[in-house]
Design a protein around this ligand. Structure first.
Ligand SMILES: NC(=O)c1ccc[n+]([C@@H]2O[C@H](COP(=O)([O-])OP(=O)(O)OC[C@H]3O[C@@H](n4cnc5c(N)ncnc54)[C@H](OP(=O)(O)O)[C@@H]3O)[C@@H](O)[C@H]2O)c1
Length: 308
């Protein structure tokens, strides 16, 4: 039986286990994928603690496979699937968990993996890069405007900085001192995080900030809004809707479609977006991979590579 890294109930890391599971069966509009790589994201451990995405309903079946984004090879197609065939190399949003030898992708949120992209890089696009892309587009700032990104050295932040730069924006990236070189290499002006960061950000953008893409939430979000003349130009992926609405901003609206996956893949091919995979782990070490992200200070992206 195929292996998967699961959580057996809501809770902490003690609920996780590498187990054997049934191979999922694709339903209408779904493809069964032999996973080659799975991106690791904060939402993975949040789901383990009981978090449900806005609009998600129904009971979760246990054991539940961790992970939300994968790349791999189509093994089987469900009823009504067009445009995907057995043997195709694909990437997308995993319906039945990503840290697994097999998963299901709904074709509406799946795309063909361009040959130029590695499986490892492609697995980072459906959640982190696509969220970065959706948010930068939502802000809709003109070329030459200045965007502040908090959490600029993390998975979404590093992609958001690069996508904004490719659109001709000036970017101020807030991140810990240890990520200075990394954030600068992405094309941003680095501002050290921690107490006093907002004053440092103000000094780094003497002509003012035109937008904020927050990936941290809490106090950082509250301080960030004070830097903006137009509060509607505050968006977050890292805080609940209620927190950001109270401040006059908005949560990033996720497109979750194939067109965005194709667009971010094209950015990688064009050299405008480097996924910056900084750590890879085999499926047998999926727990260590998740701890790296759960620590809250990941640099770029962490990926689980599934041996074949
Ligand atoms: N709505 C959606 O669809 C969606 C999609 C993707 C992600 N998200 C959310 O967006 C957030 C960021 O995701 P991610 O994948 O980029 O996470 P990540 O890779 O863990 O990066 C988060 C970054 O935040 C920084 N950070 C942590 N605590 C901080 C603090 N107190 N002050 C300043 N910076 C701090 C860390 O940088 P330093 O090490 O420099 O402190 C880290 O690099 C998460 O909450 C995630 O759940 C939402």
């Amino acid at each position: 039986m195929p292996k998967a890294y699961v959580f057996t109930r809501y809770g902490g890391p003690e609920t996780e286990a590498l187990v054997e599971v049934d191979r999922p069966v694709p339903g209408p509009g779904q493809i069964l994928v032999a996973v080659r790589a799975a991106g690791v994201n904060p939402v993975d451990w949040k789901q383990r603690t009981g978090y449900r995405r806005p609009g998600e309903s129904g009971e979760r079946d246990f054991p539940a496979v961790l992970g939300n984004e994968v790349s791999g090879i189509v093994e089987e197609t469900g009823e009504g699937v067009e445009g995907f065939a057995v043997g195709d190399e694909v990437f997308g949003t995993a319906l039945t968990g990503g840290y697994a030898e097999y998963t299901l992708l709904p074709v509406a949120i799946a795309a063909h993996k361009p040959a130029e992209l590695s499986f490892t890089d492609a697995a980072t696009l459906p959640v982190a890069a696509a969220t970065a892309y959706d948010g930068v587009r939502q802000l809709d700032l003109p070329s030459g405007a200045t965007l502040l990104v908090t959490g600029a050295g993390g998975g979404v932040g590093a992609a958001a900085v690069q996508i904004a730069r490719s659109l001709g924006l000036r970017v101020v990236g807030v991140a810990s001192e240890g990520k200075k070189d990394f954030v600068e290499s992405l094309g941003a002006v680095h501002v050290p995080s921690g107490p006093g960061w907002a004053a440092r950000a103000r000094a780094a953008a003497p002509d003012g900030l035109d937008g904020v893409y927050d990936l941290v939430g809490a106090d950082v979000l509250t301080e960030a809004v004070e830097l903006l003349a137009d509060r509607t130009k505050l968006i977050t992926a890292g805080a609940p809707e209620s927190d950001v609405q109270r401040l006059g901003g908005a949560r990033v609206t996720r497109a979750r479609n194939a067109a965005v996956l194709e667009a971010v893949a094209q950015l990688v091919i064009d050299g405008d977006l480097n996924p910056h995979v900084t750590a890879t782990f085999p499926l047998t070490e999926a727990g260590e991979a998740l701890r790296t992200v759960e620590d809250g200070h990941a640099r770029g992206k962490v990926v689980i590579e599934v041996a074949r």
